[in-house]
Write a protein that binds this ligand. Sequence first.
Ligand code: BT5
Length: 246
Amino acid sequence: MGKIHSFETLDSTNTYAVRHFDELSDGDLIVAKTQTAGRGRLNRKWISTEGNLFASFVIKDPFDEPFYATMVSSLSVVAAINKLYPDIHPEIKWPNDVIIDGKKICGVLCEGVIREGKLKGIICGIGVNLNLTREDLDSIDQPAISLSVAAGEKIILKKFADELAIYLNWYYITGNNHMAELYRVWKSKNTVIGRRVKLYPPSGEPFFAKILDISEDGRLIAEQDDGQQLHFSCGDVKLKPNNNFE
Ligand code: BT5
């Protein structure tokens, strides 16, 4: 199992881990109390106030299928929440979110480390709202929640980070040895399959579709109202809590 490296403030734990990749070991976890430039996908901003988890997991033996790094990350967050709060039921929302009651508690940003044109590793960036207040949550432009709001008590960052590090290492090993099993478990926790959603493709207008499945390489298989099937490897999905987009 790797080591946890803790920092007060970093620009972004992902940027740090990519920059220091050669000195870090396989399975290490970088944790910062705050980030001054926390990032989401497509350079979106990640709210990074103190009291929440900002972490990057170092993978030096990358999977044949890079999407497995995202699976490892979100499954580990779900497992850490389940371990500490068995009554809370987190779900995974394609492609990179963990949600509770339809609201985002965690985002994952995996980035490849390329050396001489080869994939040498993957940095799994994980942001989890542990103690974000209702006021902070309301400032986010999509439904969001924190573990403290869901659990009704303050969450201790170190306790959560320690649990997360254990599960990350565990799912990483599982993924490398039993890829099919990791995919099966990840898919079983994914809330979008079988639902009608609003799909935001990487470019072009959003549209409504039914999600039929997610392939092993993380592609969403969607069916439009005219029956046409489309595959997406990135994009965003919006859910309606009542599962009904009329
Ligand atoms: C993500 O991007 O969800 C990936 C977030 C990854 C953050 C971690 S923190 C540690 C590591 N270091 C980094 O710099 N990044 C990683 P995306 O799917 O693009 O979602 C971004 C969107 O989520 C924003 O545009 C907001 O709508 C929303 N958002 C921002 N901050 C949030 C928060 N704290 N909680 C919930 N939603 C948030």
